[in-house]
Design a protein. Structure first.
Length: 390
C-alpha cells in the first residue's frame, strides 16, 4: 500500500535524515496520545509513516504529494515536540483535502463541514483497523489468513515464567492472560508500528518495561532487536526477583527460545489492516461532532477528528482475502554506521587480542612500555647532545 511512496528518492532521503540527524529526531516528548511509550528515533519515524498512511488513505492522489512532502519536511525540522508535529500533520492533511475539494475559505461553516465529512468517510467509515505483529508470522498469515491465538508460540514456557512471577508477587509484569483468545486492533498506524516492533507485548514488557528496568535508555532495547542489551535487562530482572538457579534457567531458556522463534534479529515492522466495515464499526456521530465543534477553527476541528481513537478486540478468525499487509523497515535500515577513526583502528589492531577481557586489562600496560621506551630515547638524545657540545 505504501511501497510506491516509500520507494521515492525524496522519501528515502528523508527517512535517512529522520534516523540520523538530531535536527529531526531530537524532540520533546509528551504524555499526550501515548508518546511516553516511545523513545529516541522511533517516535519521529512512526509519525512520518503515519503521515504517509493518512495521505494514501485520505488524499490518494500523487499530484498533491510534492507539496505535502515539502510541508511535512519543514514541519518535522522546525517543530521541537512530537505532539505539535502530530497535530501539524493533521492540519496539512486537512488543508490539502480542502484544496482537492476546491474549497478556498476553510473557516466558512459549510466548507468546514464538507472537509470534515470527507476525512470522516475516507479515514473512518472506509478506513482500517490495524494490528501490529511480529514479522516472523507474515508468511503464514499471507498464505493461510489470521487465526486468533492459533500460531506457533511458546505459551507453555511463558506460563512457567508467569507462575514464578506470581510467586514473587510480580504477576502483572507479563500483562498477558494466556487463556484468552482475542487480539487487539487499533485505528492508529503509529500505535500499530509500536505494537509490531514490541510484539509480543508480554515479552518486551518482561525485558524492557517493568519496575526492574529503571533507566529510560533501556526501554527501546527490544524494539531495536538488541539481543545483548535485552539479555542484560533480563539479568536485572532475575537479580531483582532474587531467583534461584532453577528459576533463573527457566527465564533464560524462555528468553533464548522466544528470541530464536521470532527471528528477532531480522524483524521489521509488520502491519495487518482489516476494513472497518468488516466489524461492528463503532463510529462517532459525525453530525453531532460537527455541531459541537463548528465554532472552533478549521485546524482544531480536523485535529480533534483525527484524535477520536477506536480500538477493538477480535475473537474470530480473519480470511486472507480481507487482509491488507504493510511491511515497513525499522530505523536500523536507515541508520548509518559511524566511521571509526583510523588511528583508533590501528590501536585496536595492535593491542586487542581475541580475548577481549585480557586485551582491555593489558592495553594500558603495553602503551606504558612504549611511552617508557620513548622517554628513554629522548633522554639519551639529550645526554648525547650535551656531550657533543662539551
Amino acid at each position: 500500500m505504501l511501497e510506491e511512496i516509500i520507494r521515492r528518492e525524496d522519501v528515502s532521503h528523508l527517512l535517512e535524515d529522520i534516523c540520523n540527524s538530531a535536527r529531526y529526531y531530537d524532540k520533546k516528548s509528551s504524555n499526550s496520545m501515548g508518546y511516553q511509550m516511545y523513545f529516541g528515533v522511533e517516535q519521529i519515524l512512526f509519525l512520518f509513516y503515519d503521515a504517509l498512511f493518512k495521505y494514501k488513505i485520505i488524499i490518494d492522489d500523487m499530484s498533491y504529494f510534492n507539496d505535502f512532502f515539502e510541508q511535512i519536511d519543514k514541519l518535522i525540522r522546525k517543530i521541537d515536540n512530537f505532539y505539535d508535529i502530530s497535530n501539524g500533520i493533521n492540519r496539512i492533511i486537512g488543508r490539502i483535502c480542502a484544496f482537492k475539494l476546491g474549497i478556498k475559505d476553510v473557516e466558512e461553516e459549510e466548507s468546514k463541514k464538507e472537509v470534515v465529512k470527507y476525512i470522516y468517510d475516507k479515514y473512518m467509515v472506509h478506513g482500517y483497523y490495524i494490528h501490529g505483529y511480529s514479522s516472523h508470522y507474515y508468511g503464514s498469515i499471507l498464505e493461510e489468513g489470521f487465526f486468533v491465538e492459533q500460531y506457533n508460540n511458546l505459551y507453555n514456557k511463558f506460563i512457567k515464567v508467569q507462575e514464578i512471577l506470581n510467586k514473587k508477587n510480580h504477576g502483572k509484569m507479563l500483562e498477558k492472560d494466556f487463556t484468552l483468545k482475542k487480539v487487539e486492533f487499533t485505528d492508529s498506524l503509529l500505535l500499530g508500528c509500536y505494537y509490531s516492533v514490541n510484539s509480543p507485548m508480554y515479552f518486551s514488557s518482561l525485558l524492557c518495561r517493568n519496575e526492574f528496568i529503571q533507566k529510560q535508555e533501556y526501554v527501546d532495547d527490544y524494539s531495536k532487536n538488541d539481543y545483548n542489551a535485552c539479555l542484560k535487562n533480563l539479568y536485572r530482572v532475575i537479580n531483582g526477583l532474587n531467583l534461584n538457579e532453577s528459576e533463573k534457567n527457566i527465564f533464560i531458556d524462555t528468553f533464548k527460545s522466544e528470541w530464536n522463534l521470532l527471528d528477532k534479529n531480522n524483524s521489521n515492522i509488520s502491519l495487518m489492516l482489516i476494513p472497518r466495515d468488516l466489524f461492528m464499526n463503532e463510529l462517532i456521530d459525525i453530525d453531532k461532532f460537527i455541531d459541537e465543534n463548528i465554532e472552533n477553527s478549521f485546524a482544531d476541528v480536523v485535529c480533534k477528528l483525527f484524535n477520536q481513537r477506536s480500538n477493538i478486540s477480535v475473537k474470530d478468525d480473519i480470511a486472507k482475502r480481507h487482509i491488507t499487509f504493510i511491511n515497513l523497515d525499522g530505523y536500523k535500515k536507515y541508520v548509518k554506521e559511524e566511521k571509526k577513526d583510523s588511528l583508533k583502528e590501528e590501536i585496536e589492531k595492535t593491542f586487542i587480542t581475541s580475548d577481549d577481557e585480557f586485551a582491555f586489562s593489558n592495553m594500558y600496560g603495553k602503551v606504558s612500555i612504549l611511552l617508557l621506551l620513548g622517554t628513554m630515547l629522548i633522554t639519551l638524545g639529550v645526554v648525547l647532545t650535551i656531550l657533543m657540545f662539551s
